[in-house]
Design a protein around this ligand. Structure first.
Ligand code: GDP
Length: 420
């Protein structure tokens, strides 16, 4: 209790995506436990923890798996992910932490999917493709979003134990074709090695690794990648503190807790902060009672960390997803409307004036109307547009990316101007 973590330790956040049943959770389960799967989702069951089965703490289960690396001893894993103490001990022992965020729910592009990609500060994407099925329509859609949000991504072919070498080569070729079609360069880790993958991974170059959670083939390669890949947004710690709230809940005896991923800066217990915007655009004064990270109490946490922050001076009902926490000295100007550059994905929909999708920006998910400057935008088009939230203001900043969807993902955008 109350131990202070070494905040120089690194923490990378990996978002997983891929067709349901292609082996996402199983792969993450085998990575974080170091145990092979029994072919029936045995390791995955470690991750399917319902909140009521887990001892309650401030940290909501935003991330669905965590493990770490000690620079000398190698991987640091938990014996039993159901136990809060095991999670906390991984945090304590590792020089680098790797958190997995499940960006995809059971149906393609649930709200949580988008929130996962845009609202978490992800460092890398991990797209799984099962060797038996190969890439599907969902695989393509998920890849499209990972690439559109410019996230360096690794493709893991899973279930290699289930197919012949011939079938595996065929799937590798299909994936390579898919990547080339999206203007990306595939890099086969089997052929070129881990070193090359670490050096060349970027938004343009996508390493492809063949794995099996049953035989553990390829998992040491992923370990090495996750141990050594550079943190992509490490510099953000110097900026002022900012966190978009993903969830809020009430913890008995503690009160309102806001959880999310710290976007920039550092927060400490006792800090005086602003919370908002409220419906009317105002912010209110709150204070940090305590901070938890993976069930581990910390005195301080910095950019990239997934945390639960217990707040004084506010009721849980007043803390909502999409609000931000900022230092008292900030002078935030929430907006109802902003200018964006939007790109319409290849769906058979054109976007006319007043088109009303749901906009997902950071942790905000809100109905908005879009007014393209050119009057309309066709699939594949990029152009400027005004975006107007229907019901209330949010804190929006230049350079932020968002996804808009209506049933399916329709497009992505970047905020270019927040002035009226
Ligand atoms: P998700 O929906 O993508 O998270 O997929 P799951 O992780 O739930 O996996 C679906 C099923 O595939 C489970 O029954 C797993 O046991 C099985 N599975 C996952 N990975 C492998 C693998 O590498 N080999 C074999 N044989 N089965 C696997």
């Amino acid at each position: 209790e109350g131990a202070v973590l070494d905040t120089d330790d690194e923490h990378i956040v990996v978002g997983t995506a891929g067709h349901v049943d292609h082996g996402k959770s199983t792969l993450v389960g085998s990575l974080v436990t170091g145990e092979p799967d029994d072919g029936e989702g045995g390791t995955r069951s470690f991750l399917d923890v319902q909140p009521h089965e887990m001892e309650r703490g401030l940290s909501a289960d935003l991330s669905y798996g965590v493990y770490g690396f000690d620079d000398e001893a190698g991987p640091v894993r938990m014996d039993n992910p159901h136990r809060k103490a095991d999670r906390a001990s991984v945090v304590e022992r590792a020089d680098r932490l790797v958190s997995f965020v499940d960006t995809v729910g059971h149906e393609p592009w649930l709200r949580t999917t988008i929130r996962g990609l845009v609202g978490q500060k992800l460092d890398y994407g991990l797209l799984v493709v099962a060797a038996d099925d190969g890439p599907t329509k969902t695989t393509r859609e998920h890849l499209g979003i990972l690439l559109a949000t410019e996230l360096p991504t690794i493709v893991a072919i899973t279930k290699c134990d289930m197919v012949s070498d011939e079938r595996l080569s065929e799937v590798e070729r299909e994936i390579e074709r898919l990547l080339r079609g999206a203007d990306r360069t595939p890099l086969s880790v089997a052929r070129h090695g881990v070193e090359a993958a670490i050096e060349e991974i970027s938004e343009q170059v996508v390493p492809v690794v063949a794995t099996s959670a049953v035989t553990m083939e390829g998992l040491p390669v992923l370990d090495e990648l996750f141990h050594r890949l550079p943190k992509t947004e490490g510099g953000a710690a110097a900026d002022r503190f900012q966190m978009y709230i993903d969830r809020s809940y009430n913890v008995k005896g503690v009160g309102a807790v806001a959880s999310g991923t710290i976007r920039s800066g550092t927060v400490s217990a006792g800090d005086e902060l602003l919370l908002g915007p409220m419906q009317d655009g105002s912010f209110r004064d709150v204070e940090v009672r305590s901070i938890e990270m993976h069930y581990h109490r910390v005195d301080e946490a910095q950019a990239g960390r997934i945390v639960g922050i217990a707040l004084k001076n506010v009721r849980e009902a007043d803390v909502e997803r999409g609000m931000v926490l900022l230092p008292r000295s900030a002078d935030p100007e929430p907006v109802r409307e902003f200018e964006a550059e939007v790109m319409v994905l290849n769906h058979p929909t054109r976007i006319d004036e007043g088109y009303e999708p749901v906009v997902h920006l950071e942790t905000v998910s809100e109905a908005a109307a879009i007014y393209p400057e050119a009057g309309q935008l066709l699939p594949g088009d990029t152009g400027n547009a005004r975006v107007r939230f229907k019901f209330r203001p949010y804190l929006v900043e230049e350079g932020q990316r968002f996804v808009f969807r209506e049933g399916q993902s329709k497009g992505v955008g970047t905020v270019v101007d927040t002035r009226p």
